[in-house]
Write a protein that binds this ligand. Structure first.
Ligand SMILES: Nc1nc2c(ncn2[C@@H]2O[C@H](COP(=O)(O)OP(=O)(O)OP(=O)(O)O)[C@@H](O)[C@H]2O)c(=O)[nH]1
Ligand SMILES: [Mg+2]
Ligand SMILES: [Zn+2]
Length: 345
């Protein structure tokens, strides 16, 4: 396995490979897979390392670089996790206020949406809002063969997200080759989107063979059946880097965001001209954003979605310090109690 191709030198700043260093390619609870120079190995986390991890988001995720030592012929022990360069995350589903890291050390996030029932501007906005800090987002409109007017969709999306690359592809007409510019040696690209939009099909196409399971239904309005169940990092081939296929997302709750120049660049631009610097763009006089909505220059749905996402982010921010600190303290306490009990017996 050529680790340089999957981003070793971008991460460590050297081409000198250390044989014990590798990259997490798969996670299923406490079982991991790591790509080392010698190939892909099963892995587990060293007990003392796991013991010192208090917060969930610190556990290894797909894309993390780690140091290992061999324990069996085809198994290694993860002894160190290198600090992440970046990550994509969301709030865990449900009521818990906790971060879930989806992948680490990424260059491109391909936000996939198919040109059938899945297509929704507000979904694209949400994905951009959640995932575009520190990474390059690319909007990929899939299954263009199913939509006669795909050029209209492409133009609409392009004019709405001025600072983001937009591609429109299909596996039927081989147009996915336009994506090859993003898959270069050393790069890591992550595919995200709803179930059934064709993420795994795209990986298979790029790889040139049926590597991942895909759903066998191909109806126009197929909403997908959650065929992919785990995130997986795949080396596509020499000079193409690697790709992370992810299971279709049912919900995407914001954890943090810094997407001002991607999802809502036009609104951000307008807001500089509002009368008040801390304008909430809801009731203020002299609000340029409200004015644009009134004059029909800014789409009302888009404006509403903007406010919704900002509110969601504010809410999470107001909760997270309190909840994460409380959860952190609870886990430390639990651990101390366990230690005490052990000592007693
Ligand atoms: N017509 C058409 N069908 C496609 C295209 N790409 C994928 N499909 C079909 O869409 C269905 C779903 O594809 P998958 O690759 O399993 O979708 P996915 O996004 O990986 O779904 P999950 O793993 O559930 O998240 C399959 O039946 C594919 O054959 C395309 O470009 N055109
Ligand atoms: Mg899939
Ligand atoms: Zn305003």
């Amino acid at each position: 396995m050529n680790l340089i191709d999957i981003g070793y030198s971008e991460f460590f700043g050297t081409e000198k490979i250390v044989p014990s260093v590798g990259r997490i390619s798969f996670v299923n609870r406490q079982n991991y897979k790591v790509i080392l120079e010698e190939g892909e190995f099963s892995a587990v986390l060293k007990g003392s390392l796991a013991y010192n991890i208090i917060d969930q988001e610190k556990y290894p995720v797909v894309g993390d670089w780690v140091k290992t030592t061999p324990i069996e012929e085809d198994k290694v022990l993860i002894v160190e996790i290198y600090p992440r360069k970046n990550k994509i995350n969301r709030k865990v589903s449900g009521v818990k206020i906790e971060e879930q890291v989806l992948a680490a050390n990424i260059d491109n996030v391909l936000i996939c949406t198919s040109l059938n029932d899945d297509f929704s501007f507000s979904r694209i906005e949400r994905y951009l809002f959640a995932f575009s800090s520190d990474v390059k987002p690319i909007i990929v409109l899939t299954k263009r063969d199913l939509e006669e007017n795909y050029i209209d969709y492409l133009n609409q999306v392009k004019s709405r997200f001025l600072n983001v690359d937009v591609e429109c592809v299909s596996i039927v007409d081989r147009s996915i080759s336009t994506l090859s510019k993003y898959f270069v040696g050393g790069s890591t690209s992550v595919l995200v989107g709803s179930s059934g939009v064709g993420k795994s099909t795209l990986v298979n196409s790029l790889f040139g063979k049926e590597l991942l399971k895909i759903s066998d239904v191909n109806k126009k309005n197929d909403k997908g059946r959650h065929t992919t169940t785990f995130r997986q990092l795949i080396y596509i081939g020499e000079g193409k880097g690697c790709i992370v296929d992810t299971p279709g997302m049912r919900e995407l709750s914001i954890w943090d965001s810094d997407a001002g120049d991607t999802s809502f660049s036009d609104i951000e631009e307008l807001s500089h001209h509002c009368k008040f610097r801390d304008c909430t763009h809801t009731v203020e006089t002299g609000c340029v954003v409200l004015e644009a909505v009134k004059e029909g220059k800014l789409d009302k749905e888009r404006y509403k979605n903007y406010l919704k996402l900002i509110r969601e982010e504010k809410f999470i921010n107001s909760q997270k310090n309190y909840f994460t600190r409380r959860e952190h303290n609870r886990r430390i306490k639990e651990r101390c109690q366990r230690k005490k009990k052990k000592r007693f017996y």
